[in-house]
Design a protein around this ligand. Structure first.
Ligand code: PDD
Length: 296
């Protein structure tokens, strides 16, 4: 998958081959930084405002100075897509660390943040979106401040690897049986036509797509109930789905080897998937579900 040449840094645009960091870089040594993954469809970013807002919230929470104003950041993201001539489906990866300085846990003095943002091709996960995915459950061993999109992703990496080793797409995380979110997505359960998900407290990431899912539910008259559910509730659920900028609204049809609901993507999930496509302004040609609508 192509990574495009023009990379945005705190000092302006550089060629990806010219990007060099010293050994003593706080993102590398401490995971002392924050990031965002922004979806791009047909060369246009989706939910950019929500991502930029969250980036600044994460930065404030860990006392990192973002090198650009918010307004500037939007323009730079547009410029990044434009300079690289992006017209297809892609993602922007944007990270900011506390900077390069001799290794010391204490914040360095007079050190500027390091920023880089690049664009990489990313097709939609079409087969998974149509057919649904499997997941495993894993104990959530992360810290209490998961609302910060921090670079410290080791527990998430380990959970996702456990899923992969069982041929699954995602790991559903729980604290003593109470489901929080997934290793890189938010999770929802559908029961009797209502959508349940963990409240947007400090111990989960407040997903940009999650915010849209809440709005889609309200537009469709579906109750969106911010109430944590238990792993065992999954076995009585009608549907389960997850959401993220890369996974969109993704049906989950099997968990820990057991079928969820009827074992196929459910009607509430399908409705939200179609809402997502409309919201992201995916044309009818690009829709994975319009033929189903026509067939109904
Ligand atoms: N992950 N929860 C976690 C732990 C995540 O890492 C993500 C995003 C989400 C969904 O957030 P959003 O809807 O804003 O994408 C929830 C990104 C895609 C990643 O790390 O690759």
């Amino acid at each position: 998958m192509t990574i495009y040449d023009h990379v945005l840094t705190e000092g302006g645009f550089v060629d990806q081959n010219d990007l060099r960091y010293p050994f003593e870089e706080r993102g590398l040594q401490f995971g002392d930084g924050i990031y965002e993954v922004i979806r791009v469809y047909n060369g246009t970013s989706y939910l950019i405002q929500e991502h930029v807002e969250r980036l600044y919230r994460s930065a404030a929470a860990v006392k990192i100075n973002v090198p650009f104003s918010k307004e500037d950041m939007y323009h730079k993201m547009e410029e990044l897509l434009h300079k690289n001539g992006i017209d297809g489906d892609a993602k922007i990866y944007l990270q900011i660390t506390r900077g390069s300085a001799p290794r010391d846990h204490v914040f360095p003095l007079n050190t500027n943040a390091n920023l880089y943002a690049y664009v990489k091709d990313l097709p939609r996960p079409e087969a998974f979106l149509r057919e649904g995915v499997s997941a495993v459950t894993q104990e959530d061993v992360r810290w209490d401040w998961c609302y910060i999109k921090s670079l410290n992703l080791l527990p998430n990496v380990l959970a996702k690897q456990a899923a992969k080793e069982q041929n699954c797409y995602e790991a559903i995380l729980h604290k003593q049986g109470e489901v929080t979110e997934c290793s890189s997505s938010n999770i929802y359960l559908v029961k009797d036509g209502s959508v349940y998900t963990h409240p947007a407290k400090k111990n989960i990431l407040h997903g940009c797509v999650r915010m849209r899912v809440e709005a889609f539910c309200s537009e469709e008259g579906v109750s969106f109930i911010e109430q944590a559910f238990q792993v065992e509730d999954i076995w009585n659920a009608d549907e389960v789905f997850l959401s993220s900028s890369t996974s969109e609204v993704m049906p989950v049809i099997q968990v820990d080897g057991k079928q969820v609901g009827n074992g196929v993507p459910g009607t509430v999930t399908r409705t939200l998937q179609k809402k997502y496509e409309e919201d992201a302004k995916l044309s009818a040609d690009a829709s994975l579900f319009s033929s189903e609508v026509a067939a109904e």
